[in-house]
Design a binder for this molecule. Structure first.
Ligand SMILES: Nc1nc2c(c(=O)[nH]1)N[C@H]1C(S)=C(S)[C@@H](COP(=O)(O)OP(=O)(O)OC[C@H]3O[C@@H](n4cnc5c(N)ncnc54)[C@H](O)[C@@H]3O)O[C@H]1N2
Ligand code: MOO
Length: 441
């Protein structure tokens, strides 16, 4: 065979199939195939991100998380000024003044709040001064009107003044360069006042997440309308979740109801993607023949349906939906399950998006007023009513039963009693962990 006539073999080019996008590997499960509440929560938190900060007018920044340290450019007060309506004087001129031995001083004029003059106050004289007006050079005390005869040409002073009395000093409240707010703090009403006082009109904050809330279920009816048969019921979940999300600071769009119809659900979710940072649905995530959410959502994005070792709230769904991978949390339909799932999963997600700490409800301890029973193998969330005695000791009483449909006892509760999967009961008089639902954090 001619040496040079042999054709070199072309190396075979192997083109790798592009990998289909996937959610990160889910957390481990137990022998029943269930995950822990904490693992599922952390799995969701890992897949959502803080929203980018933007400049917001201070009043509209209320309740949002600030993303910059705010240093004051100014002193507060910005100048020495009077704390009283009265007369600025040299305190030495008033020594020994008394009701029966007044000191008389010539009045040089008047200074109102907002007036400014470099003119020093001559010794032996006084000048009328209003609250907030600048102290003239040389003056070192203010005598309030009540200790004078309120004279306009001359004034009689009936009490000796102390050096510096009723003078508010420049910088005694804030010095230029002081840090007023730290990045990560939540802007409260008093912060808004302080920001305005130092002349700041806009701050960098994380926005309110736009949260779309949608209920699924053909049996549901909008409150205010008539039920057309006894098997129908009012949609309470979308209101409950919308209210809970709004209370956390989200900008909520409550879309309302969609029936158990695959096309209608796909259409409704697709329509909402454009305005959502987070979508929350309820219903249709369990094993039922009409649990359509679970069936159709994989067509719209990356999804994860699972069972969590908790009660209520066992069936859960999560997705990153559409081209923009909008996070979607699909909660169970039972109203108590939906709410407890909100507390366990949605609230921390909203807080992460807003950059608000702490992400989780602080777990505090309360004394059980009676025997509490739990279902071992699941983290149990019972509805509780916590009372606090004058010494600050909390006691908790369960309200209602464990049923996930008991909405009235949920409304009466102010706490969730948390019993870990290894707990089957808590004796009366023992401490039990609770999440306080109405405390602002
Ligand atoms: N065979 C099984 N059945 C069920 C299981 C299971 O593991 N195997 N899990 C149960 C658990 S736990 C829960 S929680 C529910 C969750 O079911 P879905 O998410 O599919 O919810 P639905 O079936 O749509 O509704 C359940 C229940 O809640 C009422 N509901 C629904 N939406 C609303 C609303 N917006 N407002 C008020 N009430 C609502 C609905 O009428 C049903 O009564 O599944 C169990 N079944
Ligand atoms: O988890 Mo279901 O939420 O037990 O009623």
């Amino acid at each position: 065979m001619p040496l040079f006539g042999r054709k070199k073999k072309e190396p075979e080019v192997v083109v790798a199939e592009p990998e289909a996008p996937q959610l990160p590997p889910p957390p481990p499960t137990d022998e029943r195939g269930w995950r822990s509440m904490e693992d599922h929560r952390d799995y969701l938190l890992d897949q959502v991100h803080q929203l980018p900060a933007f400049g917001q007018q201070i009043l509209d920044a209320l309740d949002l998380s600030i993303c910059e340290d705010i240093e004051s450019d100014v002193d507060l007060p910005g100048f020495d000024n009077s704390a009283m309506d009265g007369y600025a004087v040299h305190f030495g001129d008033t020594l020994g003044a008394a009701e029966d031995a007044p000191v008389t001083l010539a009045v040089m004029g008047e200074i109102a709040a907002g007036d400014w003059s470099d003119e020093p106050l001559p010794p032996g004289t006084a000048i009328k001064i209003m609250t907030g007006a600048p102290i003239p050079p040389g003056a070192d005390a203010v005598v309030p009107y009540e200790a004078t005869d309120r004279g306009t040409e001359d004034v009689r002073v009936f009490a000796g003044a102390r050096e510096g009395q009723h003078i508010r000093r420049r910088g005694e409240d804030v010095s230029a360069g002081d840090v007023m707010m730290r990045s990560g703090a939540r802007v409260g009403a008093r912060d808004v006042g302080l920001l305005a006082a130092i002349g700041v009109d806009k701050v960098m904050v994380r926005p309110r997440p736009r949260v779309v809330v949608l209920a699924t279920g053909s049996e549901l009816v909008e409150p205010g309308l008539a039920l057309s048969n006894p098997a129908q019921l009012y949609d309470s979940n979308s209101y409950l979740l919308a209210a809970a999300a709004r209370a956390e600071g989200a900008q909520v769009f409550r879309v309302g109801l969609v029936g158990d119809d695959a096309e209608a659900i796909k259409q409704a979710i697709s329509d909402q993607l454009v305005r959502a940072d987070l979508i929350i649905t309820t219903g249709g995530v369990s094993q039922g023949d009409y649990d359509v959410v679970k069936a159709v959502m994989p067509e719209l994005g990356l999804t994860d349906f699972c069972e969590v070792a908790m009660q209520p709230g066992k069936p859960q769904g999560f997705g990153l939906i559409g081209e923009d991978r909008v996070p979607m949390i699909m909660l169970p339909g039972n109203p108590v399950s939906a709410y407890i799932s909100f507390e366990a999963f949605v609230r921390p997600v909203i807080r992460k998006m807003m950059g608000v700490e702490p992400l989780f409800r602080p777990q505090v301890r309360a004394i059980a007023t009676h025997l509490l029973r739990s279902v071992p193998g699941k983290k149990q969330f019972a509805r509780g009513l916590v009372t606090t005695d004058p010494a600050g000791r909390r006691s908790v009483t369960a309200v209602g039963g464990h049923g996930s449909h008991l909405v009235s006892s949920m409304a009466r509760a102010n706490a969730l009693i948390v019993m870990d999967p290894d707990v089957d009961h808590v004796p009366a008089g023992s401490h039990v962990p609770v999440w306080m639902l109405d405390e602002v954090s």
